[in-house]
Write a protein that binds this ligand. Structure first.
Ligand code: PDD
Length: 284
């Protein structure tokens, strides 16, 4: 069945939604996006997704013509119109349309798109997946803190990983792990210390990342936000990735080397369960 999507000024069927070939999102990947999980028809970590969107748009100099409340209501209306119980809402804001020109004016009318996707986010097999990853050089641009739709490198290396029977690629820069193609990375050392890359322009400030960090202390876990090497990751006692769509998922193999005994670890499971409870409690 055709979905109802939102485009600029209203809701339309996905088969009728049309965007201009002059849209700078299409021509220059000149756009920011958010992917928000939906559980029981409610949005997970809405406020955090909105503030990151605002940060991305501020960095790009794109003016969002909607308030937080208006955008939240559009998300809710979209969920309702599509009877979405579990899945995601994808939001993209591009700078808008103009003749192709590297120089953009600051008075453009942004293009706003929202669509939903049904996904079994809580499917047990999906939640308990054991990821096998390979590493590749991080050749993305230097402003990974802005969530732009410039995702080609990540898409290429993830596809290459899939083609050799692996699940994802981890990106390495100057001998240090930055992040996964579409997720943040955590490792747990032998002393049960949780290590994740500190925030900078080199990685995206994941909403799932920052949310699980807020309850580390409550779980009696110590956190160290710092760069780490591939060797540290391969020698860890547990490793996992975080993202809006994969929550907290175990990584059991990195470049052919098993992480500990190659089985998902107990702390990863504990953090995942705490995160999912949090999602249900605070979804709006
Ligand atoms: N990706 N790092 C990158 C490069 C990402 O693209 C993402 C999310 C994350 C995790 O962020 P969050 O926890 O806020 O989802 C980290 C989304 C899910 C995507 O592109 O589909």
């Amino acid at each position: 069945m055709a979905r109802i999507v939102y485009l600029n000024d209203g809701f339309v069927s996905e088969v009728e939604a049309r965007i201009s070939i002059f849209d700078r999102g299409f021509l220059f990947a000149d756009s920011a996006y958010e992917v928000t999980a939906v559980l029981d028809g409610k949005l997970v970590c809405w406020a955090e997704h909105f503030s990151r969107l605002q940060r991305s748009l501020d960095a790009l100099g794109i003016m969002l013509p909607l308030t937080e409340k208006e955008l939240l209501n559009l998300h809710r209306e979209l969920i309702k119109k599509n009877k979405l119980v579990q899945g995601i809402v994808y939001l993209q804001v591009s700078r808008g349309c103009a003749d192709r020109n590297f120089i953009f004016s600051d008075s453009m009318k942004p293009t706003i798109v929202l669509f939903s996707q049904r996904e079994e986010l809580l499917d047990k097999k999906r939640l308990e997946r054991e990821l096998r990853v390979v590493t590749v050089p991080d050749k993305r641009w230097g402003r990974r803190d802005i969530k732009t739709t410039q995702l080609l490198y990540s898409s290429m290396v993830k596809t290459e990983a899939k083609n050799i029977g692996k699940d994802d690629a981890w990106l390495i820069q100057d001998g240090l792990v930055t992040e996964g193609t579409s997720n943040n990375i955590f490792i747990i050392d032998k002393e049960k210390k949780i290590i994740t890359r500190d925030l900078s322009n080199l990685i995206l400030a994941g909403v799932t990342r920052s949310t699980i960090i807020t309850f580390m202390e409550q779980l009696g876990l110590e956190l160290d936000e710092r760069p780490f090497t591939l060797f540290e990751a391969q020698s860890a006692s547990e490793a996992f990735i975080t993202s809006a769509t994969n929550f907290v998922t175990s990584v059991v193999e990195i470049d052919g080397k098993l992480v500990a005994d190659g089985k998902p670890g107990p702390l990863t499971k504990l953090i995942r369960e705490s995160y999912i409870s949090y999602c249900f409690e605070y979804a709006v």
